[in-house]
Design a protein around this ligand. Structure first.
Ligand code: DX5
Ligand code: ZN
Length: 215
């Protein structure tokens, strides 16, 4: 079954502990946390103190998606509160060193690419990645439409991960709903991030279960 990582970006932050309980009850696999610095992306979200509070309220693994410039400057702080720690290929940090430092800090490493980035750039780093994240929207905001160009990228990376016999997970983020989830899974994604589709539902847990079954 596909893994689900709900993004809380557009949720009610004061109702998070209830939402976390619903996610646990629905059997989601991790929680996706979008960190934005207003520089790498034109939006500002939250940082370490908020993630630390979330961590104290759930046993779900935390899947932290850094959308910040030069993320290697803050690895120690984020690694202390993350399970998966991901950063962007385009963010200006030395890619291999950053991936390795994340592992040395006892987190799973995740390399993320924006929609305009060729997935070939990931290949030389695959062995250093516990997960690769393909963005299916421009990073910065929830609630955008899924870009179908992500599907070919997923297939390309899935083929290479399988050919090399790696356990690297392949995650997709942006515009995931009942229509796009099966397409992303058919293209090779094994972790789906979903934000608005889950948090706009009257029953978050029911919708989370539905997405997992679709995959
Ligand atoms: C966008 C974020 C996403 C976003 C997903 O920059 O990385 O995680 O919150 O939200 P939806 O599922 O609404 O596209
Ligand atoms: Zn994200």
């Amino acid at each position: 079954m596909v893994e689900l990582s709900p993004s809380i970006l557009n949720s009610d932050y004061l109702a998070l502990s209830e939402a976390l309980g619903q996610m646990e009850a629905a059997g989601v696999d991790m929680v996706h946390l979008d960190v934005m610095d207003g520089m790498f992306v034109p939006n500002i979200s939250f940082g370490v103190p908020v993630i630390r509070s979330i961590r104290a309220h759930t046993r779900l693994p935390l899947d932290v998606h850094l959308m910040i410039e030069k993320p290697h400057r803050y690895l120690k702080e984020f690694a202390a509160v993350s399970d998966y720690l991901g950063f962007h290929y385009e963010a200006g940090s030395p890619v291999r060193e950053t991936l390795r430092e994340i592992r040395a800090l006892h987190c799973r490493s995740c390399l993320t690419i924006k929609p305009a980035t060729d997935p070939e750039v990931v290949l030389e780093f695959l062995e250093d990645c516990d997960m690769v994240l393909v963005m299916s929207v421009e990073p910065g905001f929830g609630g955008q439409a899924f870009l179908p160009s992500a599907l070919d990228k997923l297939s390309f990376l899935r083929a290479e991960i399988d050919r090399r016999g790696l356990a690297t997970k392949l995650e997709v983020d942006g515009g995931i709903n009942a229509e796009t989830a099966p397409k992303a899974v058919a293209a090779g994604a094994d972790v789906l991030v979903a934000g608005n589709y889950l948090f706009s539902a009257p029953d978050l847990a029911a919708r989370a279960k539905e997405i997992k079954l679709l995959g």
